[in-house]
Write a protein that binds this ligand. Structure first.
Ligand code: SF4
Length: 399
């Protein structure tokens, strides 16, 4: 008997085409076939494979992989067994003030003149101590607003580092001077600039502040400073800056930074003409990856998904990480920062342990309607933890 040869791609496409023909007209079939083989899907697949090749050689491979959570084995085992351990990782917003004014910022409403909350030096440092006592292993200083508008953020990072806690800082980069650069490079595990233009004009149009040159200078200061901290940038792609993707990546690489990350809005599909431009530009930028510089591309740039179905029984991620805002509120997750229904307590009224084990948090978690959540960047993590917690399938010896 002749061996059965695997289908060629052409044969697979012919099979798909035949199936589709059964249900729809020949015209539609032709469109589908053309789209799968030659349209945006083909382009996305080609660029994604090119990226996969570069990604396997990254110095900081898996830096943005959601499945990093799964290496927190002891913590996850306790959670899956029904415990309520305090999360090993927390986000702190030192300030709700921002010196930039980006129209695309999802936290824009928190920067209003009538808010302007900042955590005091005493509160910020005592939170670090409290988190250390709760065995927290990493703190990301982020926003909310721009974390460097709080004059005590660098001191808090140093305090955490001295206690053995890993720290990250996500910043627009405009307020980091020479003395900060040296201190941050020594104390922080990483510093990431939100930096998404290659020219003063585009930066001004996006961030509504004319400080492009200062940000480039500050990025270079950090990259050249002594210390072990990783320095990178995040480029949020829109139709206003897609044309500067490659030039920005080249500029970031020239400063001596370690990596650049490209991302788009999650859950908002990029329309096809823009998507095509994004893919072509990202493809060029990927080629800048080498032994000293990683180009990271978020999966959503290739997939361009627009919805998810949250089949899990509850949100598990809210138990994996919490957010402490500059007004003292604790939130279920970063994406609930602007949603009063996601507030689980306030550090000006209770300790972190009291909030975590308290009635209010338990009520908010139990009443959480997953359908009301936005497109969630923690979907894969929730699915993974659900699987680990609920795996009772028959035929369990098969996989
Ligand atoms: S958006 Fe909803 S599902 Fe996602 S982490 Fe937050 S609470 Fe959980």
């Amino acid at each position: 008997m002749l061996p059965i040869a695997p289908n060629t791609v052409a044969e697979d496409i012919a099979d798909v085409t035949a199936d589709v023909t059964a249900d729809v007209t020949a015209d539609v079939t032709a469109d589908v076939t053309a789209d799968v083989t030659a349209g945006i899907h083909g382009l996305a697949e080609r660029v994604a494979y090119r990226y996969a090749g570069a990604e396997r050689k990254h110095r900081f491979r898996f830096l943005f992989d959601p499945l990093r959570l799964l290496v927190q084995t002891g913590f996850i085992e306790r959670y899956v067994a029904g415990g309520n351990p305090f999360p090993p990782s927390v986000e702190i917003d030192p300030s709700n003030v921002c010196n930039h004014d980006c129209g695309f910022c999802i936290y824009h409403s928190m920067h209003r003149e009538d808010r302007r909350e900042r955590l005091s030096r005493e509160k910020l440092l005592s939170l670090v101590d409290e988190l250390h006592a709760l065995r927290c292993r990493s703190i990301l200083f982020v926003g909310g607003g721009e974390p460097m508008t709080n004059p005590h953020t660098v001191e808090a990072i140093e305090r955490a580092a001295a206690l053995g806690i890993s720290t990250g800082l996500v910043t627009n980069g405009s307020l980091i001077d020479g003395s900060h650069a040296a201190r941050l490079k020594r104390a922080a595990t990483y510093v990431r600039f939100s930096f998404d233009a290659a020219t003063r004009d585009t930066h001004l149009a996006l961030h509504r502040r004319d400080d492009f040159d200062r940000i480039v200078r500050n990025l270079r200061l950090l990259a050249e400073a002594e210390g072990s901290g990783t320095i990178g940038t995040g480029y949020f792609i829109t139709d206003a800056n897609v044309h500067e993707i490659f030039a920005n990546a080249q500029l970031v690489k020239d400063t001596g930074a370690d990596y650049i990350q490209f991302k788009t809005y999650s859950g908002l599909p990029t329309e096809s003409k823009l998507h095509e431009r994004v893919l072509h530009a990202v493809e060029r930028a990927i080629d800048l990856s080498d032994g000293n510089f990683d180009v990271h591309v978020m999966d959503r740039i290739f997939e361009n998904h627009c919805f998810q179905v949250r089949g899990y029984s509850r949100c598990h991620f809210q138990a994996m990480k919490t957010v402490i805002n500059a007004d003292g509120s604790l939130y279920l997750c970063a994406q609930k920062r602007t949603d009063p229904a996601g507030r689980i307590g306030n550090v000006h009224e209770q300790s972190l342990a009291e909030i975590w084990n308290g009635v209010k948090r338990s009520r908010v978690v139990n009443e959480l309607d997953l359908v009301s959540c936005p497109y969630c960047v923690h979907d894969r993590q929730n699915k993974s933890i659900e699987f680990m917690a609920r795996f009772r399938a028959p035929h369990r010896g098969f996989y």
